[in-house]
Write a protein that binds this ligand. Structure first.
Ligand code: IPM
Ligand code: MN
Length: 346
């Protein structure tokens, strides 16, 4: 049995500590929204020392660097990593995603991807408030599989999903610990146990075992296709959702879409065991089509930075940042951030 330090039970509030951040603005709108997120955190009075890392598609096109082991070692020395977005249309799909983003998730053992959703879904009048705990180091993301006879009519491609008892259990336990500290105390497992019988069985049995340790936490199970309907029609049923890497990826885009848009969706890639830095990034991508236009909403990056503050023991500042993001003004990327920062310094 693994007993982990839970999300907010870690450090005490230490508002006079200087936090050493690695900043990877990345590609497209990534650098634009990251600058604004840093501006807002500083306006909240948090002491930061930042080091910029020039990584992403643009860097790769310049000199071939994606994420060397030497740079990865450097990243290990920071308190946290703030990331904008990576990926450019000029680089083959998967190269930066696997070589930079997934390499950080796997090598830094960022095994929880926590994505909160607070908003009012279209057609509803009451806000929902749920959080998706996405397993972040396994599933179909590990790159298991391969290709035979590529480019021929006899081509074969396989791509397996890797699920370990350890990986599944630590993720589910994190979800239950989180739920135990929330008001509604409820966890829903989302999977596809009716078709993915091997992986689904491991997830369901592990879920049942961990659930037995948390009698105060209610439980439910939804197939992932049904969960897509509930996200739209009945999002209020959810408190904490726990799911695998790929289902979590897809569901959290839908979560963003029903919670005010992907421009507000934040995420934390966590190493709850704190054996290294955790990484914080908006759910959205690099949006190369709007780069330089000022149309990117910095709120997702700002709320991701607030999740970082929670994890760094700056819960008060994080709450103030979240409160300042409520009732947003419209305007350009920097105007939105300036308005949020102004509320914090008022
Ligand atoms: C996300 C993104 C990534 C993922 C991509 C860029 C590899 O979509 O963080 O949700 O699939 O995990
Ligand atoms: Mn995604």
């Amino acid at each position: 049995m693994w007993h982990l330090v839970s999300y907010d039970a870690g450090l005490m509030t230490n508002s006079h500590k200087k936090h050493r951040l690695a900043v990877i603005g990345g590609d497209g709108i990534g650098p634009e929204v990251t600058v604004e997120a840093l501006k807002v955190i500083r306006a909240a009075g948090v002491d930061l020392e930042t080091t910029d890392f020039d990584l992403g598609g643009a860097r790769y096109l310049r000199d071939g660097e994606v994420l060397s082991d030497a740079v990865l070692e450097q990243l290990r020395g920071f308190d946290a990593i703030l990331l904008g977005a990576v990926g450019t249309p000029d680089v083959p799909p998967g190269l930066i995603e696997r070589g930079l983003l997934l390499k950080m998730r796997f090598e830094l053992d960022l095994y929880i991807n926590q994505r909160p959703f607070v908003g009012t879904a279209p057609g509803h009048t009451e806000p929902h408030n749920f959080v998706v705990i996405r397993e972040n180091t396994e599933g179909p993301y590990v790159g298991e599989g391969g290709v035979l006879r590529r480019g021929t009519l006899n081509e074969v491609a396989t791509q397996g999903s890797v699920n370990t008892r350890m990986g599944v259990e630590r993720c589910i336990r994190y979800a239950f610990e989180l739920a135990a500290g929330r008001e509604r105390k409820h966890v829903t497992l989302v999977h596809k146990t009716n078709v993915l019988t091997f992986a689904g069985d491991l997830w369901q049995r592990t879920f049942n075992i961990v659930a037995a340790e948390f009698p105060q936490v209610g439980t439910a199970y939804n197939h992932v296709d049904a969960a897509c309907i509930y996200f739209v029609q009945d999002p209020h049923r959810y408190d904490v959702i726990v799911t695998d890497n790929l289902f979590g990826d897809i569901l959290t885009d839908l979560g963003g879409a029903v919670s005010g848009g992907i421009g507000l969706a934040s995420s934390a890639n966590l190493n709850p065991a704190r054996t290294g830095p955790s990484m914080f990034e908006p759910v959205h991508g690099s949006a190369p089509d709007i780069v330089g236009t000022g149309k990117a909403n910095p709120t997702a990056a700002i709320l991701s930075a607030a999740l970082m503050l929670d994890f760094l023991g700056e819960g008060d500042a994080a709450d103030r940042v979240r409160a300042a993001c409520a009732n947003p003004v419209s305007g350009s990327t920097s105007q939105i951030a300036d308005a949020i920062a102004a509320k914090l310094t008022a």
